[in-house]
Design a protein around this ligand. Sequence first.
Ligand code: SAM
Length: 205
Amino acid sequence: MKYIIEHMEEGFSEWVVLEYSQIIRDIGKENLVLTSLPPSTIEKDIPQQLLDLGLQWTTEECVDIDGGIDKTRVCLLDPGATVDLTPEDKSKFDYFVFGGILGQHPKIDRTGILRKKYGFAGRRLGALQMTTDTAIRTTQRIIENGVKFEDIKFLDYPEIKYNKYESTEMPFRYIVDNKGEPILPEGMLELIKHDAEQSIDDLLI
Ligand code: SAM
């Protein structure tokens, strides 16, 4: 299975670096390609942390990798699709494409840009918005582990406590670990706390 992320953000925010790093750790560097980077991109534009993890990246569009891929064997993970992904889809597709998009609340249909541009078959992962790493983790469980979507344990809109008194709600659906905690990329909890404290400091200035 090959997982493709069409990078649609400008540059690489800390949030994006943590998500992509976790995806590489989860699925292995040989199974992920980051595509559609701006044509002028050179290696020094890629964050060192991602290069150290062995990120494969290209300025080519997803359809042009591996010398050109068979579009009928590509699935776009699309919150706007009408059919949910099932373990049976494993035999239908070789490539799974995701939007390298940071979620927004309320959500904006930026995956629709990929839907219209490429015309791949689309599959949904339920009705709620997930982060890109959660969407890949969910796809991996369904396709590689054969687990049905309804048998995966999720937590919707978790509250992340960042000090004794304050917390912030993450407007996404997450898979939970065996302690019932949402699975976040390594370092994300600290980044969320840092960003939340920063915005409080800004209010106090
Ligand atoms: N509001 C954003 C949009 O659709 O433009 C959501 C982007 S989401 C943070 C990043 C990527 O994860 C999406 O482009 C899609 O590939 C995947 N994804 C997230 N939630 C999904 C869902 N419920 N069903 C299918 N794919 C999903």
